[in-house]
Ligand binder design. Structure first.
Ligand code: PLP
Length: 353
């Protein structure tokens, strides 16, 4: 790629104090356009700012949009690390195929991320648990109201410094098991990282929040019986000495964190079952005490312990609403690898050069 760089004239003040998530954006953004005639063209890093958009840009009407999420970490050795970016590149291509959108080749995807991260290096925060969140996304920007695949798309990357996802540290969350609304079914877009999935699931999240719950645990869209995933995280359950998580069969997003945690668990000798588990069985195991720990996995929060499940009027507390030992060990190990503080046996870290 031949990336043109236009530097911002006025640089922003860096935020101070707790960074939160997705609130402050850096000085520059990456932009690249695609047309059916030309393919990808005009790759550029330009000052961050609003863009002009046609009222009938197809994305605004028919939601042809996909995105990714990963982080850049500042190591103690002053190296900037990415964590398994090729997994995001492949998942993005997979998402785009399903949505009839052009693919960004893996090497271009990683080069674009590396270049914008290098330009914004001074924005990578260095406090405990802090990192630079990277949000690549693509949308149909052709004008028109006919429903069809578009002839032009825009691919962009924006960056924001983020803090530890939970300012009070890793604490258990309360989860509402949604038994009415559903997120997806086989054949749909459940495995795609697209805005549309989130638009359709907001009502569930709002309902859960009104009842005092942090997030929704989705059940399968056909029977509302099998456990799938939590909002923006994959869900895992330690039942006796086996870790159970939903299989990747078209309805659940193939999380990079999920995949990494499964590798760690297996290397420590845990049995991991990627299989369907009925919510009734899970609640029963919760009541009998066989459900020892539960947690969600995702790039933003890394590992989020689940302390309570609420299903059809029934409440089950897990591990006395304390972060479990295995949950903690997984969090410490994965974040240790991501920030470059412990050995990276799997070669997951990539230095940004
Ligand atoms: C992004 C996402 C995840 C987590 O994936 P990671 O690659 O681990 O960040 C899980 N579920 C959904 C629905 C997601 O969008």
């Amino acid at each position: 790629m031949n990336i043109r760089i236009e530097r911002a004239k006025n640089l922003k003040e860096k935020p101070e104090g707790a960074l939160g998530f997705g609130k402050n954006f850096t000085d520059h953004m990456f932009v690249m356009d695609w047309s059916r005639d030309k393919g990808w063209y005009d790759e550029r890093i330009i000052p961050y700012g609003p863009m002009v958009i046609d009222p009938v840009a197809m994305v605004l009407h028919y939601a042809q949009e996909t995105f990714e999420g990963l982080k850049a970490y500042m190591g103690k050795d002053d190296n900037v690390y990415l964590f398994r970016p090729e997994m995001n590149a492949r998942r993005f291509a997979n998402s785009n195929r399903r949505m009839c959108m052009p693919e960004v080749p893996e090497d271009m995807f990683i080069e674009a991320i590396s270049e914008i991260v290098k330009v914004e290096k001074s924005w990578i925060p260095t406090g405990e648990g802090e990192s630079l969140y990277i949000r690549p996304f693509m949308y149909a920007n052709q004008s028109g109201l006919g429903v069809d695949e578009a002839d032009s798309y825009r691919f962009m990357i924006v960056l924001c410094p983020v803090g530890a996802y939970y300012p009070q540290g890793v604490n258990p969350v309360k989860i509402y098991v949604e038994d009415e609304l559903t997120r997806t079914t086989v054949g749909g877009t459940g495995f795609v990282k697209c805005g549309g999935n989130y638009a359709g699931s907001l009502a569930g999240q709002v309902k859960a929040q009104k009842l005092g719950y942090t997030q929704v645990l989705w059940l399968d869209g056909v029977h509302r019986k099998y456990v799938e995933e939590v909002g923006s995280m994959n869900a895992m359950f330690l039942v006796n000495d086996t870790v159970i998580t939903a299989p990747i069969e078209g309805t659940v997003l193939a999380g990079v964190t999920r995949d990494s945690i499964i590798s760690l668990l297996k290397s420590w000798g845990y049995k991991v079952e990627e299989r369907k588990i009925e919510i009734d069985e899970l609640i029963e195991k919760g009541k009998s005490g066989e459900l020892k720990e539960a947690w969600g996995t995702g790039t933003a929060a890394v590992i989020s312990p689940i302390g309570e499940l609420f299903y059809k009027g029934d409440k089950v507390e897990i591990n006395d609403f304390e972060t479990g030992e295995l949950t903690k060990k997984l969090y410490d190990t994965l974040t240790g690898i991501q920030w470059g503080n412990i050995e990276d046996k799997y070669n997951w870290r990539k230095i940004v050069k």
